[in-house]
Design a protein around this ligand. Structure first.
Ligand code: GLC
Length: 441
């Protein structure tokens, strides 16, 4: 059994830490300008100027079954879709706003179709719901707003008429709709708090848990779906810690208590979450696969984002990255699903250029070769522990022997025998080859 005890939380994370790999989907009106989902903020676009997208949003090629198959073929086990992003536009048929997809040329509930399609493919279903709302008439303008640079008097006059409590109630109402009308929802991803933000305009305040009335909001969600996994971006600890576009190199710990937490790194292909036509800094398949392995080797999950086009399909860059991941996962997913950070005494034997994952029951150890070591891989500390070794992708035996350590090495000083894995000198045609070690009982 893995010796890492995770902090206990209210939701059911048991399936989540097994499944390890999910798809984030950022889709909204911002897929039309195709210049980042924060385009309204960056370009200081007013509601009126942004209306042109609402009038013309028409995802005629939206086929969520195709999305679900792409996710499944990539080895992903769950998905999280933006039901509303910071722009405030709702991708579902809410009775609490007119700013929703059913009032655009799309003319239908896009969330509903997503839920049905992903569920039909056997994937778990999650909702992202933005706490920030740049369109809602009761959401006070702050430093994250597209119109933050309007004259102070104008902003103050507007804010005076806005009532954050009404907005908090609106969120509870919408979360109620989302968690009532679509069956079992596995994850709820609120985004995000910035109460600590200070701006040169000190009269603009950031927002956090008190503004969202986060306790009530979470209670509303839990009453409807007790097992649901909720992230911690409301500023109240729940089930999930969510490092964003960073690659942890150790198990993520609770900042105060130091406990191991359930964590999920969310990552992009190219730095933008929403579809970005001209963004060219796409990560290579090798990098993406290494990110997934690195994440699981530290006991985490990876939520990898796709930003569909405004017509509703995944562009070629996304589908080819997903299919490269799928090719690797097809042969190697055993080192990902049900795996976690290796036991401490095993982990410390991990050679340079490798990453370990280990099954929850501790019986199998996976050595991922980030840099290929020519014809032999030597691992001091594992001698005497291995019963059988093979490449994971083709199940071909890797012979091994145990030897005395070389004088002058650390193993020699420690008096440890060395495990020598005899590899073919040429790297197999696998982006990251994996050695599967069956450990002795
Ligand atoms: C940030 C961004 C947002 C994105 C999210 C994903 O909070 O504001 O655009 O949706 O991260 O983690």
């Amino acid at each position: 059994m893995s010796s890492y005890l995770r902090k206990k939380t209210p939701g059911d994370t048991s399936w989540f830490v097994h499944d390890r790999f999910g798809m984030f989907i950022h889709w909204g009106l911002y897929s039309m300008p195709a210049r980042h989902e924060w385009v309204r903020y960056h370009e200081q676009i007013t509601n009126e100027e942004y209306e042109k997208y609402f009038l013309r949003f028409d995802p005629d090629l939206y086929d969520p079954h195709e999305w679900a198959r792409a996710a499944k073929n990539a080895g992903m086990k769950y998905a999280v879709l933006t039901t509303k992003h910071h722009e405030g536009f709702c991708m579902f048929d809410s009775q609490y706003t007119d700013y929703k997809c059913t009032n655009t040329p799309a003319g239908r509930d896009l969330v509903k179709e997503y839920v049905e399609a992903f569920r039909a493919e056997g994937l778990k279903v999650g909702f992202y719901y933005s706490l920030i709302d740049w369109h809602h008439p009761e959401f006070p303008i702050d430093m994250k707003s597209p119109v933050r640079n309007w004259p102070r008097e104008k902003v103050e006059a507007i804010n005076q008429k806005r009532d954050m409590r009404k907005y908090a109630e609106y969120m509870r109402n919408q979360v109620t709709e989302l968690l009532t009308n679509y069956g079992k929802i596995d994850i709820l991803w609120f985004d995000y708090s910035y109460s600590g933000d200070v701006d040169e305009k000190s009269w603009l305040h950031g927002k956090g848990k008190d503004d969202w009335e986060a306790e009530k909001l979470i209670a509303t969600a839990r009453a409807l779906q007790p097992d649901i996994i909720i992230d911690n971006r409301t500023e109240i600890d729940q089930d999930l810690w969510t490092p964003e576009q960073v690659q942890p190199t150790d198990w993520v710990r609770h900042p105060v208590t130091g406990e191991y937490v359930t964590w999920e790194a969310c990552q992009t292909f190219s730095g933008s979450w929403g579809y970005h036509r001209d963004e060219m800094t796409w990560k290579s398949p090798e990098m993406l696969i290494q990110m997934l392995i690195q994440t699981v080797s530290c006991g985490g999950n990876m939520l990898l984002n796709v930003g569909p086009t405004s017509r509703g399909y995944f562009d070629e860059r996304a589908t080819s990255a997903l299919s490269a991941m799928g090719d690797w996962m097809h042969y190697n997913s055993r080192s990902i699903y049900g795996c976690t950070m290796a036991e401490p005494d095993i982990l410390k034997t991990c050679p340079n250029g490798c990453r370990y994952t280990q099954t929850e029951d501790g019986k199998r150890l996976y050595v991922h070769l980030f840099s290929y070591p020519f014809h032999s891989l030597q691992i001091p500390g594992l001698a005497g522990k291995v019963a059988y070794a093979q490449f994971l992708h083709d199940g071909s035996e890797i012979r091994f022997y145990e030897s005395d350590p070389t004088p002058g090495t650390k193993a020699f000083e420690d008096g440890t025998k060395v495990l020598n894995l005899m590899l073919p000198p040429v790297k197999p045609r696998v982006i990251v080859p994996v050695i599967e070690l069956f450990l002795k009982d």
